[in-house]
Ligand binder design. Structure first.
Ligand code: PLP
Length: 384
């Protein structure tokens, strides 16, 4: 059965124009970018073209773009590579927000073995960083503050300028995970005033297997991978030319379509949330500025996982909590950090729209959701 895809924060389908750009680099033009011959030189040129496209999409210089294999690698590189600059003897802690993706929190926890403490930065009920608490936390010498620009579950956008000013003023480096922001809101590395920023290709109709860490040129970050010295020694390993070319093409399309994407998906989200309010559903993060395509909500008394499976059977692909940890039935850590009771958080479902979703799909989805809620509630009542 064909399914309606409402899970664009998890991943997006490859755009045909991106595929066209990639195909030569997977077939007759394949060459190692470090080779001196024509195949190698062409592959190198293709990577540099993609670097310019990626830099343009996020307000960076080409020299600031380091390609990685995924957003997870970019985040690990940022956290571990920056922590390695400042010995733990002088910087005692790494601060990560309580709502980060695990690929930021887990490397921060891993750095405890080198003497760092890892502390969470609290968020308020709207999912925004508590700046007062952050200010107090920064009284302890801090090596790195990592706060995501847009949350993958709620879509809430942080006031990163204020976070960066406070953290840099206290002598800390600052990283932001902008994986969910790219292509959805204005993204300008220079304006954010951070030292490092992660972005990923497969969230914007590019291929899986390419991402980037955007780096302040003055940052003496330590590489995760040592070897042949690719990416100016910052990320050794033969480049995934086709994926990088696809990432570049996807970035170019994303900036061209950003305004239309924002208007279209925000209208779908507003339509959805209007309908959700009539169903008496709790919506999370909707009092704060959000990326336009995301809605996160819960129905009291119904498990998110159960609802996701029921909707899947009816032909709708949505997510419960964080897609990347959907094998777990733990309540969303993002909602717990926002003070949502665990029982309600366990019911959370995320809808994330893309450019190809339509008003009719949302109307039909709301009718199906209503039926499934009634059916599941009846089942629970019978079982009780
Ligand atoms: N950061 C955020 C906010 C994400 O949503 C994701 C993926 O869902 C990642 C990082 C990881 O990116 P990747 O899937 O490219 O490893």
């Amino acid at each position: 059965m064909a399914s309606i895809y409402f899970d664009h924060n998890a991943t997006t389908a490859l755009d045909n124009r991106v595929l066209d750009a990639m195909l030569p680099w997977m077939t007759n033009q394949a060459g190692n970018p470090t080779s001196r011959h024509i195949y190698g030189r062409s592959a190198r040129d293709a990577i540099e073209h993609a670097r310019a496209q990626v830099a343009e999409a996020c307000g960076a210089y080409t020299s600031q773009v380091v390609f990685t294999s995924c957003g997870t690698e970019a985040n690990n590189f940022a956290v571990k590579g920056i922590a390695a600059i400042k010995p733990a003897a002088t910087a005692q802690q790494i601060l990560t927000s309580a709502i980060e993706h695990p690929c930021v929190t887990r490397p921060a926890i891993a750095m405890q073995q080198y003497g760092y403490a890892n502390q969470n930065i609290a968020v308020d009920v709207n999912g925004k960083i508590d700046l007062e608490k952050l200010k107090l936390q920064l009284n302890t010498p801090t090596g790195l503050v990592s706060v995501m620009l847009a949350n993958n579950e709620t879509g809430v956008i942080q006031a990163l300028g204020a976070v960066a000013e406070m953290a840099r003023g206290a002598g800390s480096f600052v990283h932001t995970d902008a994986v969910q922001a790219l292509g959805k809101i204005e993204l300008n590395f220079a304006d954010l005033n951070v030292n490092a920023m992660s972005i990923s290709s497969h969230k914007i109709h590019g291929p899986q297997g390419a991402a980037a860490l955007i780096l302040d040129k003055k940052l003496d970050i330590q590489p995760l991978l040592h070897g042949g010295g690719q990416e100016k020694g910052l990320r050794s390993g033969t480049e995934n030319v086709a994926a990088i070319v696809g990432f570049g093409a996807a970035c170019e399309l994303a900036i061209r379509n950003k305004a239309i994407f924002a208007t279209h998906t925000a209208a779908l989200r507003d339509q959805l949330e209007q309908g959700l309010r009539e169903l008496n559903v709790s919506i999370f993060g909707n009092k704060a500025a959000r990326i336009p395509n995301t809605s996160f909500f819960a129905i009291d008394g119904i498990e998110g996982e159960t609802l996701v499976m029921a909707l899947d059977r009816k032909g709708y692909a949505v997510a419960s909590g964080s897609a990347c940890s959907s094998d777990s039935t733990e309540p969303s850590h993002v909602l717990l950090a926002m003070g949502v009771p665990a029982d309600l958080a366990r019911g959370a479902v995320r809808v994330s729209f893309g450019a190809h979703n339509t008003t009719e799909q949302v109307t039909d989805f709301l009718a199906t959701l209503n039926n499934e809620i009634l059916r599941l509630k009846q089942m629970t009542a019978i079982a009780a």
